[in-house]
Ligand binder design. Structure first.
Ligand SMILES: C[S@@+](CC[C@H](N)C(=O)[O-])C[C@H]1O[C@@H](n2cnc3c(N)ncnc32)[C@H](O)[C@@H]1O
Length: 277
């Protein structure tokens, strides 16, 4: 991220979710706040997206990862989890439309510059701050998550569900493992995050899509730094104590969300992973 500035990729991800509501009618991920939080009219958002069909793959991936995370989160909360932590929240709107209401406290953890911008966007859109939401500012590269959460009133003795969407690729491995180590130290810990296979493992269209995406985020001042080889990642997660790992790469995403094969057709690329102790 550029010093002192809100995340520009957070705006890009939120735009993808808004466009998905229009072009795919929110079929994978329905979010009634996705358009209002952007503060643009639906027609101009759709016009911009339909002029750029190459963005479809990333848009669908973002819709899938958000839907997957929210389904897993709800299942956990139905089993009694009462704390939800949205790491690197960007313009994520879950807290403002949570079906759990007072039953779950939600902590939005993000870079202070992005958080300040989000609060402006929420106020401009007239989206109220719910009583169950607490903001916890952090720079993952400089501060520790336990401190940021403790200051926000998070109870480390109670089970919690963490979502960490669209953030891991932008961090150093050290920052990633520090955070995962903390999550793993909590009782009943559960986390969903997304990551990519290393670029050298990608071929053909998947490699081309990766290169375009990498150039785009770098131009926005937010470089992709970290990728994972799935078996090595799983091994390290198991060593941290995550006994349950569900990892959906492109083939699994296709089978589950695009049974008619309308989605991406690569074998490697973006993954969405759920890990629980
Ligand atoms: C691509 S956006 C994803 C936002 C959101 N999770 C979503 O899916 O729309 C990346 C997010 O990571 C956050 N982020 C990036 N580097 C960070 C850091 N060093 N510390 C805290 N947050 C960071 C940004 O502020 C931004 O909200």
């Amino acid at each position: 991220m550029q010093t002192g500035q809100a995340s520009r990729t957070a705006l890009a991800a939120a735009t993808h979710r808004a466009v998905h509501q229009i072009l795919e009618e929110g079929r994978i991920f329905a979010d009634p706040l996705a358009i209002p939080i952007l503060g643009q009219d639906a027609e101009s958002i759709a016009r911009e997206a339909s002029e750029q069909p190459s963005r479809r793959r990333m848009r669908l991936f973002i819709a899938v990862r958000t839907r997957f995370a929210e389904d897993a989160l709800l299942a956990s909360c139905e089993r009694g989890v009462r704390q939800v932590v949205v790491l690197g929240a960007g313009l994520d709107t879950y807290a403002y439309r949570s079906p759990l209401g007072e039953r779950a406290r939600i902590f939005e953890v993000d870079h202070p510059a992005t958080q300040a911008w989000k609060r402006e966007r929420l106020a401009a859109a007239g989206i109220p701050l719910p009583a169950w939401l607490t903001f916890a500012p952090i720079d993952f590269e400089r501060e520790t998550l336990p401190q940021a959460l403790a200051a926000a009133g998070f109870d480390p003795a109670q089970p919690a569900f963490f979502t960490w969407l669209g953030v891991v690729p932008y961090l150093t491995e050290q920052a990633i493992w520090t955070t995962l180590g903390f999550i793993a130290s909590l009782p009943g810990a559960h986390v969903v995050f997304d990551y990519s296979d290393p670029p050298e493992a990608l071929t053909g269209e998947a490699r081309a899509v990766y290169e375009r995406g990498a150039a785009h985020v770098e131009a926005l001042g937010e470089k992709w730094l970290t990728h994972f080889d799935p078996p090595m990642l799983h091994e390290k997660l198991r060593a941290l104590g995550f006994g349950e790992i569900e990892d959906m790469g492109p083939p699994q995403i296709r089978a589950r969300f695009f049974p008619n094969h309308a989605g991406p057709n690569a074998e490697k690329g973006g993954h969405i992973l759920r890990a629980a102790k």
